[in-house]
Design a protein around this ligand. Structure first.
Ligand SMILES: C[S@@+](CC[C@H](N)C(=O)[O-])C[C@H]1O[C@@H](n2cnc3c(N)ncnc32)[C@H](O)[C@@H]1O
Length: 352
């Protein structure tokens, strides 16, 4: 029998040797955690806005342990993200700072959102860890607030511009955001369009807490409500009846496998009978062979969804599903996140 399997191995020949030494692998692992901490503590933002930070002053202002912060900064310097003057303890951006600053949301997502899964990767790989109820993924603890805060950061950088271009014009629409997370995108749209009203729906109570805070502080709580609910189990409600636009970012894959996702998409038209369009933005499976060319995010996204026993569809699997559904995919728009796209869907019966 002919063997058609692909051997997945790092391209040593093209690289002339090992990809990375053990010390480089160890040190970059530490640096990933240090970046997430520096983002969470506001150190990255302060470096970006002020151009330099005095570690003693920063620690006094935020009640932080100076020894810890110096070591976090030393980890950043090991990857050229920061430069540290050891006499004054003043830190400045290094040559890689801007690149890492742009991508900071991914580090917060990986370490802050899914640190538990990384720590327990071996135990979670056991068949014994697979839950009987596949709708219940709480066996992989994640920090919903961090996941939402991270999505807000990488979203602002790599998604919002394309998303706003796709959704406009939306002068007097009622928009429901499925898996709204922090609701940042809904708030942005409502702030730009005073006639817009919205409903953010998310399964995670911590994400809903963050969304409520953000809606209030943006002063749009008279126009945006947030609801804690599972999109897979939605039922028609009076408040859903006027919704004309559905949107969803980075949640669609959570609805798979295919038959289940198909059912949920059909049910959306029942729950939102006035809907005219649906902007579904998501990351799809890359099927890349691991190498240095794999972009940021992809390897982590695919690993963590495997740990959660969550199938991630390919782009063509999404298209096959739409073809079988009562949603027509009328266009696709690329966004700045690897292997991610906005599918623009319309109900097949809709007259536009
Ligand atoms: C990666 S976050 C994206 C958040 C937000 N859409 C954004 O782009 O900033 C995915 C969100 O979908 C939510 N989610 C996942 N499955 C869900 C479900 N079945 N029902 C409602 N929300 C869900 C998660 O709790 C999480 O807040």
């Amino acid at each position: 029998m002919q063997n058609t399997a692909t051997v997945i191995a790092y391209g040593r020949e093209e690289n002339g040797g090992l990809a990375l030494s053990s010390s480089e692998i160890f040190n970059t692992t530490i640096t990933g955690a240090a970046i997430a901490a520096a983002v969470d503590l506001g150190l990255m933002d302060e470096l970006e806005s002020s151009g330099e930070v005095s570690i003693p002053a920063f620690c006094r202002a935020h009640d932080l342990d100076i020894g810890c912060i110096v070591q976090i900064v030393r980890a950043l310097t090991s990857c050229d993200i920061a430069n540290l003057d050891t006499d004054t303890n003043i830190v400045q951006p290094g040559r890689s700072f801007q690149q890492v600053y742009a991508d900071k949301g991914y580090f917060l997502w990986l370490v802050g959102g899914y640190g538990y899964a990384l720590q327990h990767l071996a135990a979670l790989s056991q068949n014994a860890s697979t839950p009987a109820d596949m709708d219940d993924r709480s066996f992989v603890k994640r920090d919903g607030r961090m996941v939402s805060a991270a999505a807000k950061q990488y979203g602002a950088r790599y998604v919002d511009r394309e998303f706003l271009a796709a959704i406009e014009p939306c002068k007097n629409e009622m928009i429901a955001d499925l898996g709204c997370g922090s609701a940042a995108r809904l708030i942005e749209i409502a702030t730009r369009n005073p006639g817009v009203e919205g409903i953010g729906i998310d399964i995670d109570q911590n994400a809903i807490g963050l969304a409520q805070e953000m809606v209030r502080s943006a002063g749009v709580d008279d126009r945006i409500q947030v609801v804690c609910a599972d999109i897979r189990k939605l039922e028609p409600e009076e408040r859903f009846a006027p919704v004309t636009v559905l949107m969803s970012s980075f949640m669609g894959h959570d609805l798979w496998p295919k038959d289940r996702c198909l059912q949920v998409l059909e049910n959306l038209q029942t729950c939102f009978p006035a809907v005219k369009r649906f902007l579904l933005c998501d990351t799809y499976r890359s099927d890349l062979i691991p190498s240095k060319q794999v972009p940021i995010f992809t390897l982590g996204f695919e690993l963590l969804h495997a740990v959660m026993r969550q199938q991630v569809p390919t782009r063509s699997q999404w298209m096959e599903l739409f073809a079988e559904s009562s949603w027509e995919c009328v266009s696709t728009r690329p966004i700045g996140i690897p292997y991610s796209v906005i599918f623009e869907l319309r109900p097949r019966t809709a007259t536009v």
